[in-house]
Design a protein around this ligand. Structure first.
Ligand code: PLP
Length: 401
């Protein structure tokens, strides 16, 4: 098999060596259930509390403010469902942005079915939401504002601390989905000023299926999962001890390496942006300045759907993603790009390249060497057959990760 080049770190990352080493004993020698009172159990319980303290330190939080979950989706669901239901007597209005991940948007759709009202703020063309916009949307019955810290389709880092100030001024609780940001940019929850923050280990070198929620004291969230009473009665279910240990090691590693790694990734990213944008019909999406360090995203004209580009790059050994889902029957455009003002044609031709630890100059040069020819070939194909449908694609290559 040819050497594959992985450039889709926004979808997921490989578990780092350090995280894996830290996890291994907790699968076998130290496999105890943290709820058990004998030594096996107590070792696991102590380790969990140590991890909670270390994760809290990484985020500038208190140990009691961190709850472990199964990842970003669960953390997002927990805040929205539990907080809003518990506070429905105060009001049933929620504010969000139109560019959130589906873990937020689809959960809010269900809340609407349950009688809540949701305002979807429209961002500017870079993906920013202003404090003035937020201020104008706040109503006496607004109980929660949920706006992401960094966008997963265009890489824009939003000014959450300004938005959180506006929320606090009106005594409204603020949640941020920081799944794409944690481990990639410096985060201090008190400086951000949010009440709730979601994170997910597999986006920063930890394992899949584990995450956390920061829940500022004293905003206790009612339980989403009930059962054995783990996580101080708020999130039942036997804890994923090895996963939590891996997440902790990965986050500490990401933070220790961040300054140096971000300089390196920003340089590689800017090289990709400069060269890709010199190809006619290729344009950067998202904020050119306030963006995630390893994140380059584009629209590519004249290729029909970006799934073709993702497949062609896959054939030459490069894994990247499109920012839009597609299916055999329909050509679905990215809801993020549509919200940013792109027409359906551009919104279905987006390309996302997200770099990580394992990428280097040589790989970036290889990508930049093959990219112009691949785009040209696809344009020739598409020009010959502009009505081509997408049933010939093996599978939907992307689901808004
Ligand atoms: N929120 C954002 C912004 C994401 O990018 C993702 C991951 O795809 C999620 C939430 C969901 O996280 P998880 O995969 O841990 O459930």
């Amino acid at each position: 098999m040819m050497n594959r080049i992985y450039m889709d770190h926004s979808a997921t990352t490989p578990v780092t060596e350090r995280a894996l080493e830290a996890m291994l004993p907790w699968f076998r020698e130290e496999f105890g259930n943290p709820s058990a009172i004998y030594d096996y159990g107590q070792h696991a319980k102590n380790k969990l509390e140590e991890c909670r303290k270390r994760i809290a330190k990484c985020l500038g939080a208190f140990q009691t403010e961190i709850f472990f979950t199964s990842g970003g989706t669960e953390s997002d669901n927990w805040v929205i469902r539990s907080f809003c239901r518990a506070n429905a007597a105060k009001g049933k209005h929620i504010i969000t942005s139109a560019i959130e991940h589906n873990a937020i948007l689809r959960t809010l759709k269900q809340m609407e079915e349950d009688g809540f009202e949701v305002t979807y703020l429209q961002p500017d063309s870079f993906g920013h939401i202003s404090s003035e916009q937020l201020e104008a949307a706040i109503r006496p019955d607004t109980i929660l504002i949920t706006i992401m810290l960094a966008n997963n389709v265009v890489g824009t880092v939003l000014d959450i601390s300004s938005l959180a100030k506006t929320a606090a001024k009106h005594h409204i609780k603020m949640h941020t989905d920081a799944v794409q940001a944690v481990g990639h940019i410096p985060i201090h929850v008190r400086k951000l000023g949010v009440d709730f923050l979601s994170l997910s280990a597999h986006k920063f070198g930890g394992p899949k299926g584990v995450g956390a929620i920061y829940c500022r004291v004293p905003n206790r969230l009612p339980a989403l999962l009930t059962g054995g009473g783990q996580e101080r009665e708020l999130r039942s279910g036997t804890e994923n001890v090895a996963g939590i240990v891996g997440m902790t090691a990965a986050l500490e590693e990401a933070i220790e390496d961040m300054d140096q790694e971000n300089l390196r990734l920003t340089k590689l990213r800017d090289c990709i942006i400069e060269k890709a944008c010199s190809i006619p019909g290729v344009a950067l999406t998202g904020d050119p300045a306030n963006r995630l360090p390893g994140f380059a995203s584009f629209t590519v004209e004249g290729i029909g759907h970006s799934a073709y580009l993702v497949n062609s790059l896959n054939e030459v050994g490069i894994s990247v993603s499109s920012g839009s889902a597609c299916s055999a029957a329909s050509r679905e455009a990215s809801h993020v790009l549509l919200a940013l003002g792109y027409d359906a044609k551009h919104a279905s031709s987006s390309l996302r390249i997200s770099l990580g630890k394992d990428n280097n100059d040589e790989q970036v040069n290889y990508l930049l060497n093959v990219l112009p020819d691949i785009i040209m070939k696809l344009r020739i194909e598409y020009a010959k057959n502009p009505t081509m449908i997408y049933s010939d694609l093996p599978q939907p290559p992307d689901l808004f990760d």
